[in-house]
Design a protein around this ligand. Structure first.
Ligand code: FAD
Length: 387
């Protein structure tokens, strides 16, 4: 008997996802992108051609108009079939920039957001700075007013995905005005402007993102590049984080499920001292737990997305769905490494890479601690917010 299906509806775009995984051999490509990191531009375009980018966004914005729950099932399928986080995260790139679709001008949407949805252009998101990550109080990047119709950007962004490869980035900065505006403002900044310097760092996992820092040295930008109103950017971006976190949870769980199935087959076949490893309770019991924990976390994430679709407030639950999924997936991947023995620890097999990739999930899009603080405030509203 094989493992029962995971507790998700059949993915709406399942056949397109399965055929693209085969055609582009995405499982092999994931290992190559880890060894020689690069942004998979051609594959990004092919995902768009198959209608697999921005699944949860409205069709008028270039998306496919699926519900968040349907999108989650499709992302799980992609992560499971490709055995990697990378291609499911590529499918989510338009969602990661959806402040541009919801608050950008007509011109910004047609010049940047529409090409992003067609897989022709990559947009990064730059919030974190060397002095500010989890808390934003220390955020120092300034967009200083420069004449009636412009700003000058000064400061350094760090840890940003696609630091080297994005054609444009949504950059969050403060506009110093009197009386003082307290909030952040967002700008769509083409990354080829004079005065911008980009530097890549080596990462533990998700190496294809080529993260790094971007320094802005008094870079002039036109007011037309501002997204929405001054000081409102956090209001725009926070609600989108809820959907993102619920969706990311299912990506990590798809990778975990694939690894669990492979480990289950391996320990059933591998004989040690005359017995299959699966006869040993020390091996079998942790895998039984991975199966049930994976299904439980999948059901939880699915429910959170269904409630999100029903417009219920699920900020805390989405935060914890991501946190829970990373925990469950990392444990499953650790068992995959362990029970494949010495080869499991090597890059002959995919498990160590999957572990490194999924490990990023406890930092990016809200660290584990920040997510717990979000849930803490749902239980005790007076608990202090991270600012
Ligand atoms: C793969 C990856 C991709 C990323 N992509 C981007 C990107 O595209 N754009 C971008 O802007 N950033 C990106 N980041 C950066 C990420 O958003 C930050 O790493 C994250 O917000 C944490 O900020 P920090 O690194 O400054 O850590 P810090 O804020 O210094 O925190 C360090 C640790 O302390 C914990 N901590 C902080 N405050 C508290 C508290 N009050 N209570 C308890 N614990 C606390 C944090 O959770 C963390 O574990 C990415 C990170 C990774 C790993």
């Amino acid at each position: 008997m094989s493992l029962p299906d995971p507790p998700l509806p059949a993915a709406r775009m399942g056949p397109e996802i399965d055929s693209l995984c085969e055609e582009l051999d995405l499982a092999t490509l994931a290992a190559e992108l880890d060894r020689k990191p690069r942004f998979p531009r051609e594959e990004f375009r092919r995902l768009a051609e198959r209608g697999l980018l921005g699944l949860s966004l409205p069709t008028r914005d270039g998306g496919r108009g699926l519900s968040a729950a349907e999108t989650g099932a499709a992302l799980y399928r992609m992560a499971y079939r490709s055995g990697a986080t990378a291609f499911a995260k590529l499918m989510l790139q338009p969602e990661f920039s959806s402040v541009l679709a919801s608050h950008g001008s007509e011109a910004l949407r047609s010049d940047y957001f529409a090409p992003l949805c067609r897989g022709e252009l990559l947009i990064g998101n730059q919030l974190t700075e060397p002095t500010a990550g989890s808390g934003l109080r220390e955020l120092a990047m300034e967009a200083r007013p420069d004449g009636p119709n412009g700003y000058r950007l000064r400061g350094t962004k760090s840890q940003a995905a696609f630091a080297a490869d994005a054609e444009a980035a949504i950059v969050y900065a403060r506009v110093p005005r009197e009386p003082r505006t307290s909030g952040l403002s967002a700008f769509l900044v083409p990354q080829d402007r004079a005065g911008i310097e980009r530097r890549v760092v080596d990462d533990l996992g998700e190496r294809w993102m080529r993260r790094g820092s971007v320094r802005y040295d008094n870079v002039p930008i036109d007011a037309a590049l501002r997204i929405g109103e001054e000081g409102k950017a956090l209001e725009y971006v926070l609600p989108e984080l809820t959907r993102e976190r619920g969706l990311l949870a299912l990506i990590y769980l798809g990778v975990a499920r694939r690894s669990l199935e492979e480990t289950r087959a391996h320990v059933g076949a591998r004989r040690v001292s005359g017995h299959p490893l699966s006869d040993r309770q020390a091996v079998a019991f942790p895998l039984v737990e991975d199966w049930v924990d994976g299904d439980a976390a999948t059901l939880y994430a699915r429910r959170v997305l269904e409630r999100y679709d029903a417009r219920e407030p699920v900020e805390a639950e989405a935060a914890m769905a991501k946190s829970l999924s990373v925990r469950v997936a990392l444990r499953t991947l650790d068992h995959a490494v362990q029970f494949h023995g010495g080869r499991g620890y090597s890059n002959e097999l995919p498990f160590e890479r999957r572990w490194r990739d999924v490990r990023s999930g406890d930092l990016a899009h809200g660290s584990g601690e920040v997510l717990h603080a979000t849930a803490q405030r749902a239980l005790w509203p007076r608990a202090p917010a991270l600012e």
